[in-house]
Write a protein that binds this ligand. Structure first.
Ligand code: FE2
Ligand code: FE2
Length: 173
């Protein structure tokens, strides 16, 4: 793949991932307003971040005339399902889900930053601009019971697996 192709792939994957994140938080908020009210302010704040992240990649894709990932609808739907299930399981499951996703995402962003540093300063700035928030989301999740203990290890592992698979799939579509 050419360097431009690799950069475009990164922007499309990240754009799709942010779309998935929006769906997860929207679903978790919807359920949590009834069941886990304590989580609502943090979820609301994180959702605001995800809107901003999504917009950053949307603008870059548009400016470069690059179409979004074909799997975008799948990310949106999958995110909504994952968000609903975890929110129904309760507050701990919400933060286990966030910590598993953000942990996977932050690893992924690290590789992107290393590649983009020499390849594309503009794309690098976009990835760097979301990194701080994603790290803060992971930290908040871990500090609120999202570290994978006991049975939650299983949920943590599943969400990590799903996230890695979704990222891999998006690089193919
Ligand atoms: Fe994000
Ligand atoms: Fe996030």
């Amino acid at each position: 793949m050419t360097q431009v192709g690799s950069v475009n792939q990164i922007l499309r994957v990240d754009h799709a991932g942010e779309r998935g994140a929006i769906s997860i938080y929207r679903a978790q908020l919807l359920v949590s307003k009834a069941l886990n009210r304590r989580c609502v302010p943090a979820l609301q704040e994180m959702l605001e971040h995800e809107y901003r992240h999504h917009q950053a990649f949307e603008s870059l894709l548009k400016a470069r005339g690059v179409g979004h990932c074909y799997a975008i609808t799948l990310w949106a739907l999958g995110g909504f399902v994952l968000g609903t299930i975890t929110a129904l399981l309760g507050e701990r499951a919400i933060w286990v889900c966030t910590s598993a996703i953000e942990n996977t995402v932050n690893e992924h962003l690290e590789h992107q930053v290393a590649f983009l540093a020499s390849a594309d300063p503009e794309a690098l700035a976009a990835v760097e601009s979301i990194r701080f928030d994603e790290q803060a989301h992971e930290e908040h999740a871990v500090n609120n019971g999202g570290a994978s203990g006991g049975l939650y290890r299983i949920l943590h592992g599943i969400v990590r697996g799903v996230t890695s698979f979704a990222i891999w799939l998006s690089t193919k579509l």
